[in-house]
Design a protein around this ligand. Structure first.
Ligand SMILES: NC(=O)c1ccc[n+]([C@@H]2O[C@H](COP(=O)([O-])OP(=O)(O)OC[C@H]3O[C@@H](n4cnc5c(N)ncnc54)[C@H](OP(=O)(O)O)[C@@H]3O)[C@@H](O)[C@H]2O)c1
Length: 230
């Protein structure tokens, strides 16, 4: 069983990659910098797991296509995709202050990157008749919970939740599940040291959604294993 984790070199992605390896998955440790991907794979192997590094910037569509070809050639298919890579560059900013470049980068990484990963991993799941996709989202992406400010991040995650719903409907009946997970406010570089949640504990809910039983949820936005409003 093969699992791809984007942004596996730090924060939640690091823990999800290690947790999936502990569950027996061969983890494709994807990270922007090759040496960092190598470091994750090395750490997983040191702990007795199985992993391969892959240098992947999710904003680079060509690299995503290369990943799909590489997986096809070496492994034949993939069972799990965790779209974890994300950026939050407009924290606390008003829409009037957001630079167009920041807006575009946020959508490119958080939304288009996740969409392209789904697009190119889905055929590799369909061929094996099994798939679990987790889009790591945020409560800021909930249109019902959402407040103001940081529009780029909020809209990117709301879009990601939309992607989850649309794709989940498309794969209904294929034994493929697509869910969004909000990890809560987590002590990572993004969440900061004041955040309330431990990264390893929050990551467990992402890992849980990545390893759902056949009767598990599909097309949901989940926090702590329970649906929250989209
Ligand atoms: N922490 C929180 O409180 C919180 C709350 C809600 C949702 N989330 C979501 O959880 C996910 C993980 O966040 P985190 O807290 O673990 O953040 P983090 O510590 O800042 O880690 C972000 C990860 O994303 C990677 N990344 C960024 N841009 C990338 C790109 N273009 N291509 C590939 N990888 C890229 C980073 O790689 P580099 O090292 O190369 O930059 C890093 O591995 C994100 O999607 C975030 O939006 C976090």
């Amino acid at each position: 069983m093969l699992a791809v984790v984007t942004g596996s070199n730090r924060g939640l992605g690091w823990h999800v990659a290690h947790q999936l390896a502990e569950k027996g998955y061969h983890v494709i440790a994807a990270a922007r910098q090759h040496h960092q991907a190598l470091e994750v794979a090395r750490s997983i192997r040191q702990q007795g797991g199985d992993a391969s590094p892959f240098a992947l910037d999710v904003a680079n569509g060509e690299q995503i296509i290369e990943l799909a070809s590489w997986i096809t050639e070496l492994f034949g298919g993939v069972e799990v995709l965790v779209n974890n890579a994300g950026i939050f560059v407009d924290q606390g900013q008003s829409l009037t202050d957001i630079e167009l470049e920041a807006w575009n980068n946020t959508l490119a990484v958080n939304l288009t990157g996740a969409m392209l990963m789904c697009k190119y991993m889905l055929p590799l799941m369909r061929s094996g008749g099994y798939g679990r996709i987790v889009n790591v989202s945020s409560g800021y992406g909930s249109l019902q919970e959402s407040g103001g400010l940081q529009a780029a991040y909020r809209v990117s995650k709301a879009g990601m939740n939309g992607l989850t719903r649309v794709l989940a409907a498309e794969v209904e009946g294929d034994n493929i599940k697509v869910n969004s997970v909000c990890p809560g406010w987590v002590r990572t570089d993004m969440g900061g040291s004041e955040a309330s949640r431990d990264p390893a504990e929050s990551a467990q809910w992402i890992t849980w959604a990545a390893t759902l039983d056949d009767d598990g949820p599909n097309g949901e936005f989940l926090r702590d294993g329970k649906p929250i409003p989209l």
